[in-house]
Design a protein around this ligand. Structure first.
Ligand code: NAD
Length: 364
């Protein structure tokens, strides 16, 4: 690859755009701006070989525009692999809107964003992600049909988060089966980081099974609510990453497995909802493998949400959604076994299966 042979300076001169950040054969990147509503958004279309690019819109108060661009590039690529590994006829895309959703999100801004999505003519379908609600997708639907995750009352499959959580739960159980010989989570100490839309439902599922669930979040109010609702403990220690536990479930933002945290980790399994958990797929994937920590690839086990929104396009019923999501259990076990047999990291094993599917379609 070009990045391995050129020095950083050469790269800047010779590949000032496509050689930077997380560009990775992305097909199209669209910058959208509207001064009247304050909209600044970037839509990343990574790959459309298997079908139209589908991926949620994240609204976040990025420190810099570079951070936003990097995020959309990484996230859209992840969506390509997520769809491919889950067996969906979809490509990978994602959008980010720059700004604090609590302050900047208005119906006018969402409609303007929807108009930009519409200009892509169905090459990209949007959906909900961090900082978005189902009602925001309903607003986008007013100006474009290329949106999923709209309300059930408006013909959509509703909030995808409970289905995402169910898929993560399936992946977690498969990882427990691989590591402990049983998928029963009763008595397992599980650290859930981030108890938002997905994390809370994961807490419910695991607590109901009798796991010893410990929760953490930056939102104190939510911690109190979720703790009393499900009778789970709030983390009181100083460093969650150094906590001895069975399972760590990252359900907040990505890149929590990084140079700083990796040496502290004392868990046996990592299985959570957050996208892009490994700061560097190669470096941190290998280090986890060396430490004997079983990592359930994020893009595989958090695919419940995309299954749910795909159902809207395909007209699937509830049973098909649940069956496909439950199949995450089998796919996770297959990948963990493939990694063990080949010596690959679990992330690489999952990527290689997804790549094979995309290549087969491309060469048809
Ligand atoms: P959310 O915004 O509802 O919840 C995120 C939670 O994490 C919030 O409660 C927030 O306060 C908390 N948080 C943020 N920073 C934190 C930190 N540093 N430490 C602890 N907690 C922190 O988002 P969500 O929809 O639950 O999604 C969670 C993750 O799962 C995201 O990475 C998202 O991309 C991914 N994901 C979500 C879906 C879905 O269907 N919602 C699907 C696939 C992947």
């Amino acid at each position: 690859m070009i990045t391995e042979v050129l020095t950083a300076n050469q790269l800047k001169k010779q590949a000032p755009v496509f050689g930077q950040l997380s560009f990775n054969d992305h097909e199209q990147v669209v910058f959208c701006q509207d001064k009247d509503t304050g909209l600044k958004a970037i839509i990343g279309v990574h790959n459309t070989i298997l079908g139209p690019a589908l991926g949620g819109t994240r609204m976040y108060n990025y420190q810099t525009e570079w951070d936003a661009l990097n995020d959309v590039l990484r996230l859209s690529r992840g969506m390509t692999y997520k769809a491919a590994i889950t067996g969906l006829n979809l490509g990978g895309g994602k959008a980010v809107i720059i700004g604090d959703p609590k302050v900047m999100k208005t119906p006018a801004l969402m409609r303007r964003f929807g108009e930009f999505v519409h200009t892509l003519g169905g090459k990209y379908y949007t959906a909900e992600d961090v900082g978005m609600e189902t009602s925001d997708m309903d607003t986008v639907r007013e100006v474009t049909p290329y949106v999923t995750g709209i309300s059930e009352s408006k013909g959509g499959a509703g909030n995808p988060s409970p289905v995402t959580a169910y898929g993560v739960y399936m992946g977690m159980k498969a990882s427990a089966k691989f590591s402990y010989g049983t998928d029963n989570l009763e008595g397992k100490k599980i650290l859930v980081q981030g108890i938002g839309h997905v994390g809370e439902e994961l807490v419910r599922l695991t607590a109901e099974e009798g796991a010893n669930v410990i929760i953490t979040d930056i939102n104190q109010e939510r911690l109190e609510t979720v703790s009393s609702k499900y009778g789970v403990e709030v983390y009181k220690g100083k460093d969650l990453y150094a906590e001895t536990a069975d399972i760590y479930a990252p359900c907040a933002l990505g890149a929590t497995i990084n140079d700083e945290t990796i040496n502290k980790l004392k868990v046996k399994v990592i299985a959570g909802a957050a996208n892009n958990q490994l700061a560097s797929e190669n470096i941190h994937g290998s280090l986890l493998q060396e430490k004997g920590i079983v990592y359930a690839p994020d893009f595989l086990i958090n695919a419940g949400g995309i299954i749910n929104v795909y159902a809207e396009i395909e007209g699937y019923g509830r049973d098909q959604i649940i069956n496909k999501t439950e199949n995450i259990y089998n796919t996770t076990l297959d990948i963990l076994n493939k990694a063990k047999a080949t010596g690959m990291t679990t992330n690489s094993a999952a990527v290689s299966i997804a790549d094979e599917r995309i290549a087969a379609k491309k060469n048809q």
